[in-house]
Write a protein that binds this ligand. Structure first.
Ligand code: GLV
Ligand code: GLV
Length: 315
């Protein structure tokens, strides 16, 4: 018989079928993370669990996992919702979905840059709201994207994929990363040793670094103050990296011209100002949301779980 795998989310039919070929799926019926955690605790014959970024596995939740569990697979590239040290201490293999979502997420970053800079939301409202009275020389004048300086915070797989696209827009590339990349990966991007130095050179400032406890609030008021006047801020990483009141203040006083946000602190609850400010272009955490990519993510977890379960001792 197939190994039992608990899934906190039913995903969607095609992804589920791909997993059901190899595993007996026990799908959580919980509507929230806590309920699903309680259900998983009772799955004493489950060898693995597939969770999403809406499930939080801190030290306590990991300690309560059934002893049969050998792998915790998250249907996301980010692992900031999992206490990795606690998982390791318990000999639990943690799987996530890097690489397969890189290009889709980079596409989303460009969508946010263009949408925010070119005031796509306001334009959309005008047309769909039936309030458009005709072409006008001064209508919704935005900021150019092409030729501008793009600062990328986090030059990992996704940051590099954004850089490749931005070169096609003739942007000048700048980045900050824990370490400087070799020239081949830098793609002519200028390295800055500190986030503040990067901010000072960023007409467009794109947050693309892996989320962790260390990145919470890292885009502080001090960092935002370093941006050139009228900069555009884009976040495709995690909402909690940004000091929301500081970014809101900068958007209201014009220091930051516009923001493109795919992620929000405390999502899906959203600060009321993100809903009302016209210069904030929002998406509901759609970074990797294409059918092809979401299928690839399921296939990657399937392959990873098969590897882990085939080994007598997990790596
Ligand atoms: C999305 O945010 C992910 O971590 O995959
Ligand atoms: C715009 O449509 C133009 O023709 O300039």
């Amino acid at each position: 018989s197939k190994p039992i795998v608990f899934m906190s989310s039913p995903l969607f039919p095609e992804a589920r079928e791909l997993l059901a070929e190899h595993f007996t799926l026990h799908i959580g019926a919980g509507s929230n993370s806590a309920e699903n955690q309680r259900q998983l605790q009772q799955q004493t014959d489950a060898v693995a669990a597939i969770i999403t970024l809406s499930d939080r596995y801190d030290q306590k939740a990991i300690a309560a996992l059934p002893s049969s569990l050998r792998a915790l697979a998250t249907y996301s590239v980010g692992t900031d919702h999992i206490d990795l040290a606690a998982a390791q201490a318990r000999n639990l293999v943690v799987l996530s979905t890097p690489d397969v979502l890189t290009e889709s997420c980079a596409d989303t970053a460009l969508l946010l840059m263009l949408g925010a800079a070119r005031r796509a939301w306001e334009g959309l409202k005008l047309v769909k709201g039936g309030q458009w009275t005709g072409w006008a020389p001064d209508q919704l004048l935005g900021k150019d994207v092409w030729g501008q300086r793009l600062g990328i915070f986090g030059m990992g797989r996704i940051g590099q994929a954004i850089a490749r696209r931005a070169r096609g827009f003739g942007m000048q590339l700048h980045y900050h990363n824990r370490r400087q990349l070799p020239a081949a990966k830098e793609q002519g991007a200028h390295y800055h040793h500190t986030l503040a130095e990067l901010a000072a050179q960023s007409d467009f400032f794109c947050i693309a670094c892996p989320p962790s406890a260390a990145t919470r609030g890292i885009i502080s008021s001090d960092i935002l103050q370093m941006l050139p006047p009228g900069a555009v801020v884009v976040n495709i990483a995690r909402g909690d990296m940004v000091d929301d009141p500081a970014l809101l203040a900068a958007l209201k006083n014009g220091k930051v011209a516009a923001a493109g946000l795919d992620v929000f602190a405390g999502e899906p609850a959203v600060h009321p100002d993100w809903k009302t400010l016209d210069n904030v272009f929002t998406l509901p955490h759609l970074g990797s949301a294409t059918l092809a990519t979401r299928l690839s993510m399921a296939a990657l977890l399937r392959d990873g779980l098969l590897t882990v379960l085939a080994e007598t001792r997990p790596k």
